[in-house]
Design a binder for this molecule. Structure first.
Ligand code: 6LW
Length: 484
């Protein structure tokens, strides 16, 4: 069954701020990862429609010191580019004072280099572009008061020439663009097409007002003129099921046609609409009219993204889908399966409706949590052969039901199903053991949404041991439910 690219993400789940580059007939895409490590997931595709995760860019302590970042801090909005046989990812670690860094790799699956850090460029969303003379320009969303002296003014788009080989900047930042007047001009990317340099930006903020704007210049450093049709793409003030669309990147296909990746969300439920998967990656087509880009969302996807997986942790290194808000990932258990520690071991939720199963030793003290952040989660905790469902919403925490479990191995269950109230979904928790499958509690999903919790991330499914001794997880299984 084909699917409409306007409504279906090409990379569903918490994969925001997409940036893409092409090398030959392969495309490489990176996303923000915030407090989760390893950081910056990287995907590969041959057609921009079907993507496979190759790995993560920041996998070592020397690249992204562990220890945990606060929710929605950490690693923001990377850009990926390729030049002379080398991949470059430039990003921001907001934990370290909004530090802009560059890492490089020959093989996009890694290993990636240790970061080159450019201090003194306070801001987010860096981009790299090279002019005809091979000079490299780092363009970013500047939050530095010195560049936007009016107190409370909007961020500006600034630029500096950098020498990547020497790891230094060659000048002080220059303001090259102030946006078209909407909130938060950010997410800049620069491209050369014919005689023009194009500066693509996000504006309006990453909520319902989000939009994509463009300006152009004959020179990489400006002066830029705004497109007459700005914003060139937005879903603001529409009833379209995908909202918050913005933060885009363009790429040219081998045949000379262009495409755009952008972020969007899928809110559900009663007003104001609740999105729970974070910001997801979508694909559009770009036509050029009078040397300006025009966005079309009429592409058709061959199939729904393949998000189902099972994992019995047979290999020493976890699949790159596994991340942790605390850094360290667990290793194999001597008896087979996974030796889970007290740090959360998590995967991004990918679908609107889904089921997740974790098969664990009945003697294990272990919890399976649906988490939006540290303050917004529901979990089922198994201890001494009894399963308890708990909820935390902001400062309030409660136990909402329990059941005992029998047999050697018990399966902890959680499903996202149709909402019974006005939320986006219900989350129901249960156990499957030697006796039967039993549901313990169903909770309104809105409290694990961005509209309630705030921030930039989406839901993850997190396992952790409740005691200092490692808990054995035999296997896990994730399946999308329905075909929404
Ligand atoms: C990102 C900014 C944005 O740095 O959200 O949607 C911020 N756009 O450009 C966090 O992802």
């Amino acid at each position: 069954m084909t699917r409409d690219a306007a409504r279906t993400p090409v990379i569903p789940g918490f994969f925001p701020d997409p940036s893409v580059c092409r090398v030959g007939d392969g495309y490489y895409l990176v996303n923000s990862s915030f407090e989760y490590a390893p950081g910056i997931p990287i995907h590969h595709s041959r057609d921009l429609r079907t993507w496979t995760q190759l790995g993560n860019v920041l996998t070592r302590e020397s690249q992204f010191p562990p220890g945990g970042s606060a929710a929605s801090r950490g690693i923001y909005a990377p850009t990926i580019r390729h030049r002379d046989g080398m991949f470059f990812v430039v990003g921001t670690n907001v934990e370290r004072g909004g530090e802009q860094f560059v890492v490089t790799a020959i093989d996009p699956a890694g290993p990636w280099s240790d970061p080159i850090v450019f201090p003194g460029l306070g801001g987010i969303d860096p981009d790299l572009a090279w002019d005809d003379d091979g000079r490299c320009f780092l363009t970013y969303c500047a939050l530095d008061e010195a560049l936007r002296p009016e107190h409370g003014s909007l961020p500006v788009i600034a630029q500096v020439r950098v020498d990547l080989a020497r790891g230094i900047r060659l000048e002080d930042p220059r303001v090259i663009w102030r946006g078209t007047g909407l909130a938060h001009p950010e997410g800049p990317h620069l491209y050369r097409r014919g005689e023009w340099w194009y500066l693509l930006t996000a504006e309006g903020g990453t909520e319902r007002g989000h939009a994509v704007c463009v300006a152009r210049s004959r020179a990489i450093d400006g002066p830029f003129e705004a497109a007459p049709a700005n914003p060139i793409f937005s879903r603001r003030s529409t009833g379209f099921p995908v909202q918050n669309t913005g933060h885009a990147d363009l790429v040219e296909r081998p045949d000379g046609s262009w495409a755009m990746v952008y972020l969007g969300v899928r809110p559900r439920g009663f007003t104001p609409g609740f999105h729970v998967l974070g910001r997801e990656t979508f694909l559009a087509r770009v036509a050029w009219v009078d040397d300006w880009p025009v966005v079309h969302t009429d592409d058709v996807l061959p199939t729904r993204p393949d998000t189902a997986f099972t994992d019995d942790f047979a290999t020493a290194d976890p699949h790159p889908r596994w991340v942790s808000p605390h850094g360290a990932l667990p290793g194999p258990h001597p008896a087979g399966g996974l030796a889970l520690g007290s740090h959360e071991f998590a995967v991004r939720v990918r679908d609107l409706r889904w089921r997740f199963e974790a098969r664990v030793d009945v003697s294990a003290a272990v919890a399976l949590r649906v988490r939006l952040d540290e303050q917004h989660w529901y979990e089922i905790a198994l201890e001494a052969g009894a399963a308890e469902v708990r909820a935390r919403i902001g400062p309030l925490e409660a136990s909402v039901g329990s059941a005992s479990a029998t047999g050697d191995v018990v399966t902890l269950l959680v499903e996202a199903v149709d909402a019974t109230h006005d939320g986006p979904d219900d989350l129901r928790f249960g156990v499957l053991d030697a006796d039967s499958e039993r549901w313990i509690a169903a909770l309104d999903g809105r409290y694990l949404s961005t509209e309630v919790a705030g921030g930039f991330t989406g839901r993850t499914l997190a396992l952790r041991a409740l005691r200092p001794t490692p808990a054995r997880v035999v296997s896990v299984r994730y399946v999308p439910l329905g075909d929404e």
